[in-house]
Write a protein that binds this ligand. Structure first.
Ligand code: ZN
Length: 152
């Protein structure tokens, strides 16, 4: 990974860990799902309020986990607020391609914004599950699935 991206990775993970965004429960969510990553012990619950137009009006998370799982959930909630369900699914797909190394060595960083820092986890396969836990849980919540999302 290039030096610049590595530094940004450290910075973003530390920042979102120290002051996680949207780290709270929503009392009456329209969508909710629990996520669990047994490999690391990360537990992330996602709460959403989706309005009739399919726009994510509010999104939050709660739980406990490692720095990467928390930072990823924090960054995800701040990115997805105000987006439509379709847009959220598109961002998820891009994120997933990034961390599972399908975008090759030169991911289009401009396109991904701050999410690009998670390109760093490609070097650590076990960490991919930490980074993608919140995302899988969010997709499950959007589909209103009640079962736990277990990342694999
Ligand atoms: Zn983890």
């Amino acid at each position: 990974m290039e030096q610049e991206l590595r530094e940004l990775y450290q910075e973003v993970i530390l920042d979102h860990n120290k002051s996680p965004r949207n780290f709270r429960a929503i009392e009456h969510p329209t969508n909710f799902a629990e996520g669990y990553n047994p490999l690391c012990g990360d537990n992330i619950n996602i709460f959403l309020i989706v309005n009739d137009e399919g726009i994510i009006e509010d999104i939050s998370f709660q739980g406990s986990g490692c720095a990467i799982s928390k930072a990823s959930a924090s960054l995800m909630t701040s990115i997805l607020k105000g987006k439509t369900i379709e847009e959220a699914e598109n961002v998820f797909e891009k994120f997933h391609e990034l961390v599972t190394d399908k975008l090759g060595d030169n991911p289009n960083i401009d396109d991904l914004g701050k999410l690009a820092v998670f390109a760093g986890v490609r070097e650590f396969p076990a960490r991919v599950k930490c980074a993608s836990l919140a995302w899988h849980t969010m997709i499950n919540a959007l589909h209103n699935k009640k079962e736990k999302a277990v990342t694999e």
